[in-house]
Write a protein that binds this ligand. Structure first.
Ligand SMILES: NC(=O)c1ccc[n+]([C@@H]2O[C@H](COP(=O)([O-])OP(=O)(O)OC[C@H]3O[C@@H](n4cnc5c(N)ncnc54)[C@H](OP(=O)(O)O)[C@@H]3O)[C@@H](O)[C@H]2O)c1
Length: 329
């Protein structure tokens, strides 16, 4: 995308220049929001404001508007959303589309009307078309049918990206979007049925180790290729975009590193220290053969991920061990 709408709205602007400015991180107890708060704290931001879901339900327009009118944050990072796997999407399609549309509409609109200087919205690599070219470039969005299992969520998220663009064009509001790949790290969801592949494998190997099991059976052949990004790297990328990007198009944020599910499983097994056997049940489906984002746009801007997969897994497993008692069954 070229033209005036892709130009920076704020030349000479720097998010990092004044760390006493008020930053609202929405969804601060989630995987992404908690990493962003950690990152901002480590950078020396002194005025980070947060609200739990119970304190401020972001689906309630009047409450969100009153919050912005009172708090008047300078910056907003929107990491609150209703997220979940295939089962949750199939069971609660109305929630996935309505809650996400409500949260993002309320937060983006109130941010604009109450003088926020800059807002970052988060999409997700899973909202690209099902048959997008690999690696997936930013301009593949809206070029084909969606993955039917998460279309409710995807439509809401695409609307969020479009809303940022529309407010940018009509109101010159500096709203940008980042598009993260598969994330993992502290505060991930380790639920036995509803979690993503990486935390699910970690939990299974851990429970097999503790229970003295001889083997862990994993579905498929292990051949599909996937990309994973440690959430601390995403937080670093989010801060980078807040500071140095002001454009219409969303920006992919990935590690650029592909692993097969087999390599991933073997690495998780090693990190957890499970000494039994890893068995592949190739009678079960494999899923899409390859899913990788094209990260050249953010790389050309000067950002790349720093955490290697093994180090990231070790960090995640350390968090899991410290928190396993409190993780919901
Ligand atoms: N996880 C990934 O692999 C991944 C990949 C790409 C993109 N993303 C994107 O990153 C963002 C955050 O995802 P996440 O994985 O961090 O999700 P998460 O761990 O489930 O966190 C979401 C947070 O939003 C809060 N929230 C949900 N509904 C709310 C409401 N009505 N009012 C106030 N707070 C509410 C949740 O609080 P409660 O739990 O109290 O409801 C939670 O703290 C999402 O936009 C997602 O699309 C995630």
């Amino acid at each position: 995308m070229g033209g005036a709408n892709n130009e920076s709205l704020a030349s000479g602007f720097s998010f990092l220049s004044d760390k006493s400015e008020k930053v609202f991180v929405a969804g601060h107890r989630g995987l992404v929001g908690s990493a962003i708060v950690r990152k901002l704290q480590s950078l020396g931001f002194t005025n980070i404001i947060v609200r739990t879901h119970a304190e401020l339900d972001l689906t309630v327009q009047s409450a969100v508007d009153a919050f912005f009118a009172t708090e008047r944050p300078s910056y907003v990072i929107l990491a609150a959303a209703k997220v979940g796997g295939i089962h949750a999407n199939n069971t609660y399609p109305a929630d996935f589309i309505a809650v996400n549309l409500q949260i993002q509409t309320n937060v983006i609109d109130s941010s604009y009307r109450h003088g926020v200087k800059k807002l970052l919205f988060l999409g997700s690599s899973c909202i690209y078309p099902k048959f997008a070219p690999q690696p997936i470039p930013e301009n593949a969005l809206l070029t084909g049918p969606l993955e039917s299992t998460n279309e409710w969520y995807a439509i809401a998220k695409i609307a969020g990206i479009k809303m940022c663009q529309a407010y940018r064009i009509q109101h010159k509001f500096d709203a940008i979007s980042g598009m993260p790949t598969n994330l993992y790290g502290p505060n991930d969801n380790f639920h036995p049925e509803n979690s993503h592949v990486l935390p699910a494998l970690m939990r299974r190997f851990h429970e097999a180790k503790v229970g003295g099991a001889k083997e862990v059976v994993v579905w498929g052949t292990g051949s599909p290729l996937r990309e994973f990004l440690h959430v601390d790297d995403l937080a670093d990328g989010v801060v980078f975009l807040m500071d140095s990007y002001s454009g219409l198009e969303h920006v992919n944020v990935g590690s650029g590193t592909e692993v097969t599910i087999k390599e991933l499983a073997e690495l998780v097994k090693e990190v957890v220290g499970f000494e039994g056997e890893l068995v592949w049940d190739s009678s079960k489906p494999d899923g899409t053969p390859r899913k990788l984002m094209d990260n050249s746009k953010i790389a050309e801007m000067g950002w790349t991920a720093k955490t290697g997969l093994k180090d990231g897994l070790m960090d995640t497993y350390k968090w899991y061990l410290e928190n396993v008692q409190n993780i919901k069954k």
